[in-house]
Design a binder for this molecule. Sequence first.
Ligand code: RIB
Ligand code: CA
Length: 315
Amino acid sequence: MSSLQKIIIDTDPGQDDAVAILLALASPAEIDLLGIVTIAGNVGLARNTLNALKVLELSGRTGVPVHAGCARPLLRPLVTAEHVHGQTGLDGPDLPAPQSEATPGHGVDFIIDRVRAEPEGSVTLCALGPLTNLAMALVKAPDIAPRIGRIVLMGGAYFEVGNITPAAEFNIYVDPEAADIVFRSGVPLTVLPLDVTHQMLATPERIAAFRNMGNRSGAAIADMLGYSERFDLAKYGWPGAPLHDPCVIAWLLAPEIFSGRHCNVAIETTSELTRGMTVTDYWHVTDRPANAMFIRSGDADAFYALLAERIATLP
Ligand code: RIB
Ligand code: CA
């Protein structure tokens, strides 16, 4: 059992982001969710922010502040993924329009202010989308880098190669310059790449477990995964679609179900062919200093058992 961890979730909800947020909210003994910051990614910023508010109200935990972050990458035009997540970004469940609104104040400033305000090393940043907000915070306030306890992010790929291109995973691809800033920041990093998320397949049996849970959160998750799986099942032909972002929160809750290696991960930012590739020195063939715990595998049964156990505690 891990002790109480203060986290900020940076997210572009997205069905899998929503499940990650719900997992965090369903674990109050281990996770103190200080706030949610939204980023443009799966769909545009406004819809991602609306979706974050919807997910909080689904969970009944409306006391968590949601701050809108950046509306586009640092340098490049925004690339979105409506083809995977639907026009709303959270297609599947019919969630009501939120009663609450985003909290005033930019998400980048929220990250900076909370990292400065909390005891040094006590805040974990959990990034579930493009890394623009984290990069902007590190550039605007370099003093926060040594104060951040750890950045745990879903992104990248090495043995599993890319998803949005043959070389790159979506979160890194959308803003490779931001990822480069984060991976060079010196902040302790844990990376949950496609290598491990592609092992966490939402099979029909696993989706049925949410459907049969008897609560609105389980039913909504079943609708979310039942919608977003279409694209991946057609693409990969696997028995289930990979479930990406909840791996970040699951690693915080149960790191023992994952395994990986501390190694150097560098980001391709110049080649258009391999833009956003996470060049991972997993076998230590260079003298590039290790900057990330790169998670290569996980126990899928343990992952889904943890998810089901926690989601069942929500309304
Ligand atoms: O490549 C998977 C990642 O891209 C996930 O975070 C998903 O939500 C999308 O943002
Ligand atoms: Ca995401």
